[in-house]
Write a protein that binds this ligand. Structure first.
Ligand code: NDP
Length: 348
Protein backbone atom coordinates (compact mmCIF):
# COMPACT_ATOMS: atom_id res chain seq x y z
CA UNK A 1 0.00 0.00 0.00
CA UNK A 2 1.60 3.28 -1.12
CA UNK A 3 0.47 6.42 0.73
CA UNK A 4 0.94 10.17 0.32
CA UNK A 5 1.44 11.98 3.61
CA UNK A 6 1.63 15.66 4.54
CA UNK A 7 5.13 16.16 5.93
CA UNK A 8 4.56 19.40 7.79
CA UNK A 9 2.18 22.36 7.93
CA UNK A 10 2.38 24.65 4.92
CA UNK A 11 2.84 28.42 4.86
CA UNK A 12 2.46 30.22 1.55
CA UNK A 13 2.20 28.24 -1.68
CA UNK A 14 2.37 24.44 -1.25
CA UNK A 15 5.31 22.64 -2.85
CA UNK A 16 5.72 18.99 -3.76
CA UNK A 17 8.27 18.73 -0.92
CA UNK A 18 5.45 19.37 1.59
CA UNK A 19 4.10 15.92 0.71
CA UNK A 20 5.80 12.54 0.44
CA UNK A 21 4.92 9.28 -1.27
CA UNK A 22 5.85 6.50 1.14
CA UNK A 23 7.03 3.25 -0.44
CA UNK A 24 4.66 0.32 -0.69
CA UNK A 25 3.95 -1.75 2.40
CA UNK A 26 2.14 -5.09 2.51
CA UNK A 27 -1.56 -4.81 3.30
CA UNK A 28 -3.87 -7.72 3.97
CA UNK A 29 -6.56 -7.65 1.29
CA UNK A 30 -9.13 -8.31 3.99
CA UNK A 31 -10.24 -6.44 7.08
CA UNK A 32 -8.45 -7.67 10.19
CA UNK A 33 -9.30 -7.82 13.88
CA UNK A 34 -7.46 -4.48 14.25
CA UNK A 35 -10.13 -2.72 12.18
CA UNK A 36 -13.16 -1.43 14.14
CA UNK A 37 -16.38 -3.46 13.62
CA UNK A 38 -18.35 -2.11 10.66
CA UNK A 39 -15.27 -0.94 8.69
CA UNK A 40 -14.90 -1.23 4.92
CA UNK A 41 -11.69 -1.86 2.94
CA UNK A 42 -11.58 -0.14 -0.47
CA UNK A 43 -9.25 -0.01 -3.47
CA UNK A 44 -8.95 3.66 -4.47
CA UNK A 45 -9.44 4.27 -8.20
CA UNK A 46 -9.69 8.07 -8.61
CA UNK A 47 -8.59 10.84 -6.26
CA UNK A 48 -10.00 14.35 -6.42
CA UNK A 49 -7.79 17.45 -6.10
CA UNK A 50 -9.80 20.21 -4.45
CA UNK A 51 -8.82 23.74 -3.38
CA UNK A 52 -10.25 23.24 0.15
CA UNK A 53 -7.38 20.82 0.80
CA UNK A 54 -4.96 23.77 0.97
CA UNK A 55 -6.48 25.43 4.09
CA UNK A 56 -6.35 21.97 5.68
CA UNK A 57 -2.56 21.99 5.23
CA UNK A 58 -2.17 25.09 7.42
CA UNK A 59 -1.54 25.05 11.15
CA UNK A 60 -5.04 24.74 12.67
CA UNK A 61 -5.42 28.28 14.00
CA UNK A 62 -7.72 29.97 11.53
CA UNK A 63 -11.48 29.88 11.31
CA UNK A 64 -12.23 26.82 9.21
CA UNK A 65 -15.13 24.52 8.55
CA UNK A 66 -13.01 21.40 8.33
CA UNK A 67 -10.23 19.97 10.52
CA UNK A 68 -6.58 20.41 9.51
CA UNK A 69 -4.53 17.49 8.18
CA UNK A 70 -2.16 15.91 10.70
CA UNK A 71 1.51 16.02 9.61
CA UNK A 72 2.84 12.49 9.15
CA UNK A 73 -0.62 11.15 8.33
CA UNK A 74 -2.08 10.18 4.98
CA UNK A 75 -3.82 12.97 3.10
CA UNK A 76 -7.56 12.48 2.89
CA UNK A 77 -9.95 13.76 0.26
CA UNK A 78 -12.76 12.85 -2.08
CA UNK A 79 -12.34 9.84 -4.32
CA UNK A 80 -13.95 6.95 -6.14
CA UNK A 81 -13.18 3.42 -4.93
CA UNK A 82 -14.14 -0.23 -5.19
CA UNK A 83 -15.09 -2.20 -2.09
CA UNK A 84 -12.68 -5.07 -1.41
CA UNK A 85 -13.98 -6.27 1.96
CA UNK A 86 -16.88 -5.04 4.03
CA UNK A 87 -18.14 -5.45 7.56
CA UNK A 88 -20.99 -3.05 6.80
CA UNK A 89 -24.14 -4.88 5.62
CA UNK A 90 -24.95 -2.04 3.17
CA UNK A 91 -21.78 -2.57 1.11
CA UNK A 92 -20.41 -5.70 -0.56
CA UNK A 93 -17.13 -6.54 -2.27
CA UNK A 94 -17.20 -5.20 -5.84
CA UNK A 95 -19.50 -2.26 -5.04
CA UNK A 96 -18.35 1.12 -6.34
CA UNK A 97 -18.43 4.03 -3.91
CA UNK A 98 -17.54 7.73 -3.81
CA UNK A 99 -16.74 9.94 -0.85
CA UNK A 100 -13.90 10.57 1.57
CA UNK A 101 -10.98 8.17 1.25
CA UNK A 102 -7.19 8.46 1.51
CA UNK A 103 -4.37 9.30 -0.89
CA UNK A 104 -3.23 5.68 -0.90
CA UNK A 105 -3.83 2.49 -2.88
CA UNK A 106 -6.12 0.95 -0.25
CA UNK A 107 -8.04 2.62 2.57
CA UNK A 108 -9.87 1.24 5.57
CA UNK A 109 -12.93 3.45 6.06
CA UNK A 110 -14.08 3.32 9.65
CA UNK A 111 -17.71 3.52 10.81
CA UNK A 112 -20.02 5.29 10.41
CA UNK A 113 -19.06 4.35 6.84
CA UNK A 114 -22.14 5.92 5.28
CA UNK A 115 -21.06 9.30 6.68
CA UNK A 116 -18.04 9.07 4.36
CA UNK A 117 -19.01 6.85 1.43
CA UNK A 118 -22.02 6.68 -0.90
CA UNK A 119 -22.74 3.73 -3.13
CA UNK A 120 -22.62 4.46 -6.85
CA UNK A 121 -25.67 3.15 -8.62
CA UNK A 122 -25.04 4.79 -12.01
CA UNK A 123 -21.49 3.55 -12.56
CA UNK A 124 -19.58 2.65 -15.67
CA UNK A 125 -22.45 0.51 -17.01
CA UNK A 126 -24.86 3.45 -16.57
CA UNK A 127 -23.23 5.39 -19.39
CA UNK A 128 -21.49 7.81 -17.03
CA UNK A 129 -17.72 7.82 -16.47
CA UNK A 130 -16.87 6.75 -12.92
CA UNK A 131 -14.46 9.67 -12.59
CA UNK A 132 -17.47 12.04 -12.74
CA UNK A 133 -18.09 11.17 -9.09
CA UNK A 134 -15.09 13.37 -8.25
CA UNK A 135 -16.70 16.23 -10.17
CA UNK A 136 -20.08 16.79 -11.77
CA UNK A 137 -21.64 13.87 -9.86
CA UNK A 138 -19.69 14.53 -6.68
CA UNK A 139 -18.91 17.36 -4.29
CA UNK A 140 -18.17 20.06 -6.92
CA UNK A 141 -21.41 19.27 -8.75
CA UNK A 142 -23.56 19.65 -5.66
CA UNK A 143 -21.62 22.82 -4.78
CA UNK A 144 -22.46 24.40 -8.14
CA UNK A 145 -26.11 23.33 -7.89
CA UNK A 146 -26.68 24.52 -4.33
CA UNK A 147 -24.70 27.73 -4.77
CA UNK A 148 -26.47 28.70 -7.94
CA UNK A 149 -30.01 27.41 -7.51
CA UNK A 150 -30.48 27.63 -3.73
CA UNK A 151 -28.29 30.59 -2.76
CA UNK A 152 -28.57 32.79 -5.86
CA UNK A 153 -32.24 31.99 -6.65
CA UNK A 154 -31.83 32.92 -10.35
CA UNK A 155 -34.61 34.19 -12.60
CA UNK A 156 -34.64 33.91 -16.39
CA UNK A 157 -33.22 37.00 -18.03
CA UNK A 158 -30.85 37.87 -15.17
CA UNK A 159 -27.14 38.44 -15.69
CA UNK A 160 -24.64 36.10 -14.03
CA UNK A 161 -20.87 36.37 -13.59
CA UNK A 162 -18.70 33.38 -12.62
CA UNK A 163 -14.98 33.54 -11.69
CA UNK A 164 -12.61 30.54 -12.04
CA UNK A 165 -15.25 29.70 -14.63
CA UNK A 166 -13.53 26.81 -16.40
CA UNK A 167 -12.86 24.83 -13.21
CA UNK A 168 -14.65 21.95 -11.53
CA UNK A 169 -17.42 24.14 -10.10
CA UNK A 170 -17.36 27.12 -12.47
CA UNK A 171 -17.95 25.23 -15.72
CA UNK A 172 -21.14 23.83 -14.18
CA UNK A 173 -22.41 27.12 -12.78
CA UNK A 174 -22.08 28.60 -16.26
CA UNK A 175 -24.07 25.78 -17.85
CA UNK A 176 -26.71 25.80 -15.10
CA UNK A 177 -27.10 29.56 -15.62
CA UNK A 178 -27.56 29.12 -19.35
CA UNK A 179 -30.18 26.42 -18.73
CA UNK A 180 -31.96 28.79 -16.32
CA UNK A 181 -32.27 31.35 -19.12
CA UNK A 182 -29.69 33.75 -17.72
CA UNK A 183 -26.99 35.65 -19.60
CA UNK A 184 -23.72 34.31 -18.23
CA UNK A 185 -20.14 35.58 -18.48
CA UNK A 186 -17.07 33.89 -17.04
CA UNK A 187 -13.47 34.80 -16.28
CA UNK A 188 -10.51 32.44 -16.45
CA UNK A 189 -6.73 32.63 -16.52
CA UNK A 190 -5.72 31.65 -20.07
CA UNK A 191 -6.79 32.04 -23.69
CA UNK A 192 -7.38 28.27 -23.91
CA UNK A 193 -9.77 28.39 -20.95
CA UNK A 194 -11.62 31.44 -22.30
CA UNK A 195 -12.12 29.61 -25.58
CA UNK A 196 -13.49 26.59 -23.72
CA UNK A 197 -15.98 28.80 -21.87
CA UNK A 198 -17.36 30.22 -25.09
CA UNK A 199 -17.30 27.13 -27.29
CA UNK A 200 -17.78 24.13 -24.99
CA UNK A 201 -19.74 25.46 -22.02
CA UNK A 202 -21.95 28.00 -23.78
CA UNK A 203 -21.00 31.12 -21.81
CA UNK A 204 -22.31 34.16 -23.65
CA UNK A 205 -19.01 35.94 -23.11
CA UNK A 206 -15.72 35.39 -21.30
CA UNK A 207 -12.43 37.15 -20.59
CA UNK A 208 -8.90 36.37 -19.39
CA UNK A 209 -8.59 38.25 -16.12
CA UNK A 210 -4.80 38.10 -16.28
CA UNK A 211 -4.81 40.25 -19.40
CA UNK A 212 -7.23 42.91 -18.17
CA UNK A 213 -5.42 45.93 -16.71
CA UNK A 214 -8.70 47.13 -15.16
CA UNK A 215 -11.06 44.37 -13.96
CA UNK A 216 -13.90 46.78 -13.16
CA UNK A 217 -13.73 48.13 -16.73
CA UNK A 218 -13.72 44.59 -18.17
CA UNK A 219 -16.87 43.78 -16.20
CA UNK A 220 -18.53 47.03 -17.24
CA UNK A 221 -17.80 46.10 -20.86
CA UNK A 222 -19.37 42.62 -20.44
CA UNK A 223 -22.28 43.84 -18.29
CA UNK A 224 -23.40 47.27 -19.52
CA UNK A 225 -26.53 46.95 -17.33
CA UNK A 226 -24.71 45.45 -14.35
CA UNK A 227 -24.54 42.01 -12.69
CA UNK A 228 -27.53 40.42 -10.95
CA UNK A 229 -25.71 37.33 -9.66
CA UNK A 230 -22.03 36.78 -8.90
CA UNK A 231 -20.80 33.25 -8.20
CA UNK A 232 -17.62 33.96 -6.23
CA UNK A 233 -14.77 31.47 -6.51
CA UNK A 234 -11.69 33.65 -6.17
CA UNK A 235 -12.05 36.77 -3.95
CA UNK A 236 -9.43 39.52 -3.82
CA UNK A 237 -9.28 42.10 -6.60
CA UNK A 238 -12.04 40.36 -8.56
CA UNK A 239 -14.53 40.73 -5.72
CA UNK A 240 -13.77 44.45 -5.48
CA UNK A 241 -14.28 44.90 -9.21
CA UNK A 242 -17.55 42.95 -9.09
CA UNK A 243 -18.91 45.01 -6.18
CA UNK A 244 -18.62 48.13 -8.36
CA UNK A 245 -20.59 46.42 -11.13
CA UNK A 246 -23.43 44.80 -9.19
CA UNK A 247 -27.02 45.85 -9.79
CA UNK A 248 -29.33 46.96 -7.02
CA UNK A 249 -30.67 43.89 -5.14
CA UNK A 250 -27.98 41.67 -6.67
CA UNK A 251 -26.88 38.43 -4.98
CA UNK A 252 -23.39 37.09 -4.38
CA UNK A 253 -22.88 33.42 -3.49
CA UNK A 254 -19.50 33.19 -1.78
CA UNK A 255 -18.32 29.72 -2.69
CA UNK A 256 -14.55 30.09 -2.42
CA UNK A 257 -11.71 32.62 -2.24
CA UNK A 258 -8.87 30.74 -3.90
CA UNK A 259 -6.77 33.87 -4.52
CA UNK A 260 -6.36 34.16 -0.74
CA UNK A 261 -5.60 30.56 0.27
CA UNK A 262 -1.81 30.79 -0.07
CA UNK A 263 -1.36 34.26 1.37
CA UNK A 264 0.01 34.69 4.87
CA UNK A 265 -2.12 36.60 7.36
CA UNK A 266 -0.63 40.06 6.76
CA UNK A 267 -0.73 39.63 2.97
CA UNK A 268 -4.44 39.00 2.45
CA UNK A 269 -6.37 41.40 0.24
CA UNK A 270 -8.63 43.92 1.92
CA UNK A 271 -12.09 44.33 0.40
CA UNK A 272 -12.21 48.01 -0.51
CA UNK A 273 -15.65 48.40 -2.04
CA UNK A 274 -17.82 46.84 0.66
CA UNK A 275 -19.96 49.96 0.85
CA UNK A 276 -21.54 48.76 -2.41
CA UNK A 277 -23.31 46.08 -0.34
CA UNK A 278 -25.29 48.86 1.36
CA UNK A 279 -25.61 51.24 -1.57
CA UNK A 280 -26.91 48.47 -3.84
CA UNK A 281 -28.78 46.49 -1.14
CA UNK A 282 -26.82 43.35 -2.04
CA UNK A 283 -27.24 39.93 -0.49
CA UNK A 284 -23.89 38.22 0.08
CA UNK A 285 -24.03 34.67 1.39
CA UNK A 286 -21.35 32.08 2.07
CA UNK A 287 -22.22 28.40 1.96
CA UNK A 288 -20.55 25.02 2.25
CA UNK A 289 -21.54 21.92 0.36
CA UNK A 290 -21.63 19.54 3.38
CA UNK A 291 -24.62 21.47 4.79
CA UNK A 292 -26.65 20.54 1.71
CA UNK A 293 -25.92 16.80 1.35
CA UNK A 294 -29.65 16.03 1.66
CA UNK A 295 -30.14 17.69 -1.75
CA UNK A 296 -27.78 15.24 -3.49
CA UNK A 297 -30.45 12.73 -4.64
CA UNK A 298 -32.53 15.58 -6.10
CA UNK A 299 -29.45 17.02 -7.82
CA UNK A 300 -28.31 13.66 -9.20
CA UNK A 301 -31.76 12.93 -10.64
CA UNK A 302 -31.84 16.40 -12.23
CA UNK A 303 -28.35 16.34 -13.73
CA UNK A 304 -28.01 12.74 -14.98
CA UNK A 305 -30.30 13.15 -18.00
CA UNK A 306 -28.40 16.30 -19.00
CA UNK A 307 -25.12 14.39 -18.86
CA UNK A 308 -26.50 11.46 -20.81
CA UNK A 309 -28.03 13.55 -23.61
CA UNK A 310 -25.00 15.86 -23.82
CA UNK A 311 -26.84 19.02 -22.74
CA UNK A 312 -24.19 19.52 -20.06
CA UNK A 313 -20.52 18.96 -20.90
CA UNK A 314 -17.87 18.21 -18.30
CA UNK A 315 -14.16 18.68 -18.89
CA UNK A 316 -11.69 16.81 -16.70
CA UNK A 317 -7.93 17.09 -16.32
CA UNK A 318 -6.70 13.62 -15.41
CA UNK A 319 -3.24 13.04 -13.91
CA UNK A 320 -1.94 9.48 -13.92
CA UNK A 321 -0.61 7.70 -10.86
CA UNK A 322 -0.56 8.29 -7.11
CA UNK A 323 3.00 9.63 -7.41
CA UNK A 324 1.66 12.57 -9.44
CA UNK A 325 -1.12 13.52 -7.01
CA UNK A 326 0.88 16.20 -5.09
CA UNK A 327 1.88 17.95 -8.32
CA UNK A 328 -1.71 17.87 -9.56
CA UNK A 329 -3.04 19.38 -6.33
CA UNK A 330 -0.44 22.16 -6.33
CA UNK A 331 -1.31 22.95 -9.95
CA UNK A 332 -4.75 24.22 -8.87
CA UNK A 333 -3.13 27.23 -7.22
CA UNK A 334 -1.26 28.15 -10.40
CA UNK A 335 -4.21 27.56 -12.73
CA UNK A 336 -2.47 24.60 -14.41
CA UNK A 337 -5.65 22.48 -14.46
CA UNK A 338 -7.96 22.78 -17.43
CA UNK A 339 -11.27 21.56 -16.03
CA UNK A 340 -11.77 19.31 -13.03
CA UNK A 341 -8.43 18.07 -11.69
CA UNK A 342 -8.34 14.45 -10.64
CA UNK A 343 -5.84 11.59 -10.45
CA UNK A 344 -6.39 8.07 -11.76
CA UNK A 345 -4.51 5.63 -9.55
CA UNK A 346 -6.01 2.32 -10.72
CA UNK A 347 -8.11 1.05 -13.61
CA UNK A 348 -11.93 1.06 -13.15
P1 NDP B 1 -10.98 24.83 -10.03
O1 NDP B 1 -11.16 23.58 -10.80
O2 NDP B 1 -11.64 26.07 -10.51
O3 NDP B 1 -9.41 25.07 -9.88
C1 NDP B 1 -8.92 26.21 -9.28
C2 NDP B 1 -8.78 27.36 -10.29
O4 NDP B 1 -8.75 28.57 -9.58
C3 NDP B 1 -7.49 27.34 -11.08
O5 NDP B 1 -7.51 26.48 -12.18
C4 NDP B 1 -7.34 28.79 -11.46
O6 NDP B 1 -8.02 29.01 -12.69
C5 NDP B 1 -8.09 29.54 -10.34
N1 NDP B 1 -7.13 30.27 -9.52
C6 NDP B 1 -6.07 29.77 -8.84
N2 NDP B 1 -5.43 30.75 -8.20
C7 NDP B 1 -6.08 31.91 -8.48
C8 NDP B 1 -5.90 33.28 -8.11
N3 NDP B 1 -4.90 33.67 -7.32
N4 NDP B 1 -6.78 34.20 -8.60
C9 NDP B 1 -7.79 33.81 -9.40
N5 NDP B 1 -8.02 32.54 -9.78
C10 NDP B 1 -7.18 31.60 -9.32
O7 NDP B 1 -11.41 24.60 -8.50
P2 NDP B 1 -12.88 24.23 -7.99
O8 NDP B 1 -13.87 24.45 -9.05
O9 NDP B 1 -12.80 22.92 -7.34
O10 NDP B 1 -13.10 25.32 -6.83
C11 NDP B 1 -13.43 26.66 -7.19
C12 NDP B 1 -13.69 27.44 -5.90
O11 NDP B 1 -14.81 26.88 -5.22
C13 NDP B 1 -12.52 27.42 -4.91
O12 NDP B 1 -12.41 28.70 -4.32
C14 NDP B 1 -12.96 26.41 -3.88
O13 NDP B 1 -12.38 26.61 -2.63
C15 NDP B 1 -14.46 26.62 -3.86
N6 NDP B 1 -15.26 25.49 -3.40
C16 NDP B 1 -16.11 25.71 -2.36
C17 NDP B 1 -16.94 24.72 -1.91
C18 NDP B 1 -17.91 25.00 -0.82
O14 NDP B 1 -18.54 24.07 -0.31
N7 NDP B 1 -18.10 26.26 -0.45
C19 NDP B 1 -16.88 23.36 -2.48
C20 NDP B 1 -15.99 23.25 -3.64
C21 NDP B 1 -15.20 24.29 -4.05
P3 NDP B 1 -7.64 30.25 -13.64
O15 NDP B 1 -6.70 29.73 -14.67
O16 NDP B 1 -8.95 30.67 -14.19
O17 NDP B 1 -6.97 31.28 -12.77
Amino acid sequence: NRRVILKDYVEGYPQEEHMELLPATEVPLRLTSDDPPGSVLVRNLYLSCDPYMRPKMSRPVRASYTAAFVPGSVITGYGVARVVDSADPRLSPGDLVWGITGWEDYSVVKPPVTAFLSKISHGADGGVPLSYYTGILGMPGLTAYVGFHEICAPKAGETVFVSAASGAVGQLVGQFARLAGCRVVGSAGSAEKVELLKTKFGFHDAFNYKEEPDLAAALARCFPEGIDIYFENVGGAMLDAVLLNMRVHGRIAVCGLISQYNLKDGEKDAVRNLFAVIAKRLKLQGFIEPDHKHLYPKYEEWVLPYIRDGTIAYVEDVAEGLENAPKALIGLFHGRNVGKQLVRIAAD
